[in-house]
Design a protein. Structure first.
Ligand code: IPE
Ligand code: IPE
Ligand code: MG
Length: 253
């Protein structure tokens, strides 16, 4: 069992859930079987995150670039997403988990929106944890959208060009409503970001796991958090500025 400290939890954890296709291929099954098992992993990890008291969990479920996959795979992913939202509704509400979604949601099929939109509204009050699904999401696209919003404000005279700051951009990035990610985990063995939360990643701690997403267990989440807790985040400063000074130690004798 991995021990994690209650007082130094990352407030916002992001997960790039990768490796479903390879999990299935290793078993000689169609890729969609991997996505189905991946959906079970989502359930496990959401429960574990809520149990240990994470305030925000963002799951990268479908990228803007994933639309270019074979139609059959995209359709299966959308169907699984709909099934997931339908089957998890009660548990999310019972556990005061607010469900949110970020990305180009207008591209999602109407049958997905029909379950996603009401659940976002219903689960919004007094949450213990916010579960954000990044759907049809791209980090570059989100930055470009935020820039477009600011450009409009400048063009209309509501804002001056020199007020375009990182903070002003951030206000137009829905993925950062819950704060920057403190820890980002990628499963499946690749060491890359693949267009996830680019702006918010500036000072995130990264954890890469070789475990394929369908095999990812609660214990793997705890290991990632324990590794996060063993690190020193310096945000550009030096160690003496961020580490609490060791005081009050008196030797006997
Ligand atoms: C992640 O698994 C799920 C999505 C990107 C939707 P993949 O489908 O990318 O699995 P691999 O990387 O091909 O194994
Ligand atoms: C990243 O995985 C997207 C999601 C997990 C939803 P990909 O499988 O799409 O990323 P690449 O293609 O390996 O970079
Ligand atoms: Mg992949």
């Amino acid at each position: 069992m991995t021990l994690i400290e209650a007082r130094n939890l990352p407030a916002h954890v992001g997960i790039i859930m990768d490796g479903n296709g390879r999990w299935a291929q290793l078993r000689g099954s169609p890729r969609c079987e991997g996505h189905r098992e991946g959906s079970a992993s989502v359930r496990r990890v959401v429960r574990a995150a809520r149990r240990i008291g994470l305030r925000a969990l963002t799951l990268y479920a479908f990228s803007e670039q994933n639309w270019a996959r074979p139609e059959e795979e995209v359709d299966a992913l959308m169907e699984l997403l709909r099934e997931f939202l339908l089957s998890e509704r009660d548990e999310l509400l019972d556990n005061r988990i607010r469900l949110n979604a970020v990305g180009n949601l207008g591209r999602l099929p109407a049958v997905v929106r029909a379950v996603l939109d009401p659940l976002r509204d219903e689960s919004g009050t007094a949450p213990e944890m916010t579960l954000t699904l990044a759907l049809s999401y791209g980090g570059r696209e989100e930055i470009a959208d935020a820039a477009k919003e600011l450009a409009r404000e400048v063009a209309s005279g509501r804002m001056r060009a020199d007020e375009v700051t990182p903070e002003a951009l951030r206000k137009h990035m829905p993925s950062l409503e819950v704060g920057d990610p403190d820890l980002v985990i990628r499963t499946g063995g690749e060491r890359r970001i693949s267009n996830f939360l680019l702006f918010g990643l500036a000072y995130a701690e990264l954890h890469f796991s070789d475990t394929l997403w369908p095999d990812f267990e609660a214990e793997d989440l705890y290991k990632a958090i324990a590794s996060y807790q063993a690190r020193e985040r310096r945000f550009g400063l030096i160690s003496a500025q961020v580490a609490p000074p060791i005081t009050g130690i008196r030797l006997a004798g």
